[in-house]
Each structure stands twice: as C-alpha cells, then as structure tokens.
Design a protein around this ligand. Structure first.
Ligand SMILES: [Zn+2]
Length: 254
C-alpha cells in the first residue's frame, strides 16, 4: 500500500492480513482507509461493500443457546466453552484491583491496555464461534435460531463472582458476527423469545423448574428425557425458530 504522510508519499509499505481478508479487499474495497495507532500497533481499516448472497428459505433451524460456562451451545450438541476467556477475565480482574489501588498514570495506562487486550481476545473468540455456527448451518441448509437478547442480564442469575464475567456486549457482538457472516452465506437468522427455554423439555414440552436439578443437567420429570441443560435449551430455541418461521411464511400472514 502507499500512504500520504507529512513528509510525502510512502510507497510499497507492507501490511499483513488473512487470506480471506486479502480476497475481500481485492474484490470489494470502497473509498478511503484509515490508519490507526493503538497499543503500539499500526492498524489499517478499510471499508468493503460485500453484496448479500441470495437467501434460501430453510426447512430446519440450528438453535444456539448463549451462556457463561458455555458461550454458545448448538442444538446439534456442539458446545463452545468460555473456559479460556473466563480465565483471562479473572486474571485481568485481579490485576485491575492491584493497579487501581496505585492510581498512578502508568498504572492507568496499563489498565487501559489490558482492557483493550481482553476485548480483542473476546472478539477473536466470537469470530471463531460465529464462523463455526454459520458454516455448519450453511453446510446443512438450515437457518440459525438465536435467543432475543433483550434482558439477558436479568435472565442470567448467577453468584456474584461470576456475574462480573457477564459482559452483555460480548453476547451482542457474537449475535452481530453471526448475523453478518450468515448474510454473506445466504443463511437465515431468526430471533426467538427465550422464556423458559431452559426449563422446558425439548422432547415432550413439559415445563417445570424441577426439570433442571443443577446448572448442567436437564432431566424431564414427565417423560424422563435427559440431556446437557444447554443442549436441551438450544433444541427448544431451534424448535421456536421453526415454529416462528412457519407462521411468518403463511400466505395470509402479511
Ligand atoms: Zn419430557
């Protein structure tokens, strides 16, 4: 690339990006790019205008349940754990407490750097998870059903130390990443009401708080169906996605 500087034009400046980014840049770059200096790194941001792919109307949906221990669990039973991410957050929280006690300028600068590093890490994790989910939905010709995230903070009740790790922006970011990757692949995304998805039985529909003896276990008191609690919830989300979509596509619905 070449850059205009106060000292004139610099030509043939090397930059690094992924193969996919290079393809997107070559085909769809529009307008100007911005050069940003952050935490000692020079970052180039370019606007790309990627056309939407034609959407295929799915018969079935891949349901996705969001949580803390498992960031995302699919109705196929695939769990994306947040173990590593939560460990990074715990470590940073300890460091933050120590640095905040110091109140010096350099401590503040280090804090800021840490915060950014943590959000970059969460962003990477969200990219990996969203890619895996969208790829699987596209490969199997399904749509994606997600929980409507309004009020996730109220819904997820946790003990205090865990509550701090609940960053609702990270969930919204994951939802946004899934949405834009899905649009590029022609995959439909639908949002469903998440009420009682964790207490309802995905096999018989029986809803009872006692179906959920602990955080990880779902065991239906009516039909005996047992499954990991997050997988059961994801199956309910998939079913709601299918039901909601069928209602929308009724010829007289509009
Ligand atoms: Zn049941």
């Amino acid at each position: 690339m070449s850059i205009w500087t106060t000292g004139g034009r610099m030509k043939g400046v090397r930059f690094g990006c992924s193969e996919g980014q290079a393809r997107t840049l070559a085909a769809y770059r529009r307008g100007e790019s911005d050069l940003i200096h952050r935490d000692g790194l020079w970052l180039l941001t370019a606007t790309c205008d990627v056309p939407d792919v034609d959407v295929t109307e799915p018969d079935a949906f891949l349901g996705v349940d969001l949580g803390i221990a498992n960031i995302a669990t699919t109705s196929d039973g695939e769990r994306h754990t947040g173990v590593h991410l939560n460990a990074v957050r715990r470590r940073n929280r300890r460091l933050r407490r120590r640095l905040q006690a110091k109140r010096t300028t350099s401590a503040k600068r280090l804090l800021k750097k840490r915060r950014r590093k943590e959000s970059r890490f969460a962003r990477d994790v969200n990219h990996v998870i969203s890619k895996s989910i969208v790829t699987e939905a596209a490969r199997t010709g399904r749509g994606i059903a997600l929980e409507d995230l309004q009020g996730i903070r109220d819904r997820v009740r946790l003990r205090k130390p865990q509550r701090i790790t609940l960053h609702s922006w990270a969930f919204h970011q994951l939802g946004a990443f899934i949405a834009y990757k899905a649009r590029r692949s022609g995959v439909v995304v639908t949002h469903v009401d998440p009420a009682y998805t964790s207490q309802g039985c995905s096999a018989c529909g029986h809803t009872d708080r006692r179906n959920r003896p602990d955080q990880e276990t779902f065991s239906c008191t009516s039909c005996g169906f047992a499954e990991h609690a997050d997988v059961n919830a994801a199956r309910n989300i998939a079913a709601r996605g299918e039901a909601g979509r069928a209602a929308v596509n009724q010829p007289n619905a509009a």
